[in-house]
Write a protein that binds this ligand. Structure first.
Ligand code: GMT
Length: 379
């Protein structure tokens, strides 16, 4: 198939899923065309035998425009790429504004007698936060319902989309996936014994991720584990407050390390024992899945779709939002016994491998494309 993909190309779960999906599809022989305002961060176009392409969306500015019309530039580029490269289907990640641009591109091509079915994947905040804003509510619902196929990254998000937006058309749950060959535990020789007990948090440091809770949890763990470290990976508005809190709690920079944005999370995670994910909302929790594939045990909050990934007491722990004492107790349990930690670590890897490996999930997207193409042809 010739497949177009549009996503937010910067750091963030939806862009990462879209990029990894494109690379997996190219590896399976499809031609993939990324259409975005910047080169997606994890995209390695060279690795595909010429099957991956990147088309930049340039937004023309004009003194009259208070706001450059990105949505229109994107729709025009989508239509142009679809016509030039004979796209069979367009897959947009994050409803706002991508599904609206796709709808416009589909209409433009229909006028010329060409078909461009599009699939929208909902990732979380496009429904739970942005889509619920009064201004965007109707247009988000409309563009989702007009899509030729809709997927959401968890059953929780399917249910939530029905509940809050009132969408009645079919939505398939297709979970996030991980490349289990790339994301894997460190070789046995280089594991736990060779590094201090290490916790990690990976996010865009938005308030919804509650990164300050990671500092509070670590503050409680640090006393009983004087050699333990916390790595804070990523950047965003809560990074400054988190750094200040660490300082106030007397946690030195040697113990709480703010590493900023990292391109190779697959190299970071195998060096860590526990992933902290204290989010307020999480449609799925991609960071937890990537950690589990590398054998790092998630200590997370019981929110959104996280429970579809983590089984409490088996391959990780789920606690209530803001329950820093309980999360610290779980981390202490894991750090206190290497047998306990190894058991959970192996179970976490097993969950990633047997349920969320790319090989299991990518065919679900391919089936969705085929159905969207067939439905558009029938219409
Ligand atoms: O929360 C983020 O990291 C960003 C956000 C996004 O859309 O870029 O992530 C959402 O999509 C991820 C990939 O599908 C999910 O794993 C995250 O759970 C989801 N985040 C939220 O729902 C808050």
């Amino acid at each position: 198939m010739n497949i177009g993909i549009t996503c937010y190309p910067t750091y963030g779960g939806s862009g990462i899923v879209a990029t990894e999906l494109g690379m997996e599809l190219a590896a399976r022989g499809h031609n993939v065309h990324f259409i975005a305002y910047a080169h997606p961060i994890r995209l390695d176009t060279g690795a595909s035998g010429g099957r991956m392409h990147y088309h930049e969306v340039e937004v023309t500015n004009y003194p009259l425009f208070a706001y450059p019309p990105y949505c229109l530039a994107l729709a025009a580029r989508m239509a142009d790429v679809a016509a030039s490269y004979d796209l069979d289907v367009l897959h947009v990640h994050y409803a706002i504004p991508h599904s609206v641009s796709a709808l416009l591109a589909r209409q433009m091509l229909a006028k010329r007698g060409a078909r461009l079915p599009f699939v929208t994947t909902l990732h979380g905040t496009d429904v739970t936060l942005v889509g619920m804003e009064l201004l965007y509510f109707e247009i988000t619902k409309f563009s989702i319902e007009e899509s030729d196929g809709v997927t959401a990254v968890s059953q929780y998000l399917v249910d939530r989309t029905r509940e809050v937006l009132g969408v009645t058309s079919p939505i398939r749950a297709i979970h996030n996936f991980v490349n289990c060959n790339l994301y894997r535990p460190a070789p046995v020789t280089a594991t736990a014994a060779s590094h201090p007990p290490r916790l990690v948090h990976i996010s865009n440091f938005r308030p919804v991720k509650r990164p300050l809770d990671c500092i509070r949890v670590f503050g409680r763990v640090a006393a009983s584990h004087p050699d333990a470290e916390l790595w804070m990976v990523g950047d965003g508005p809560e990074r400054g407050p988190a750094e200040r809190l660490a300082h106030e709690l007397g946690l030195s920079r040697d113990r709480v390390k703010f590493l900023g944005k990292q391109d190779h999370i697959d190299r970071v995670l195998p060096q860590c024992d526990v992933l902290l994910l204290p989010s307020e909302h999480e449609a799925f929790g991609l960071a937890a899945l990537e950690a589990m594939a590398c054998g790092a045990v998630p200590v997370a909050t019981r929110t959104g779709g996280v429970g579809e990934l983590v089984t409490h007491g088996v391959d990780g722990y789920l606690e209530e939002i803001g329950a820093v004492e309980a999360m610290a107790a779980r981390v202490n349990e894991l750090l206190a016994s290497s047998l306990h930690r190894r058991t959970f670590s192996a179970a976490a890897r097993n969950t990633a491998e047997t349920r969320f490996c790319a090989d299991l999930i990518i065919p679900q997207y391919e089936a969705c494309y085929r159905d969207a193409i067939a439905a558009a042809a029938r219409a």
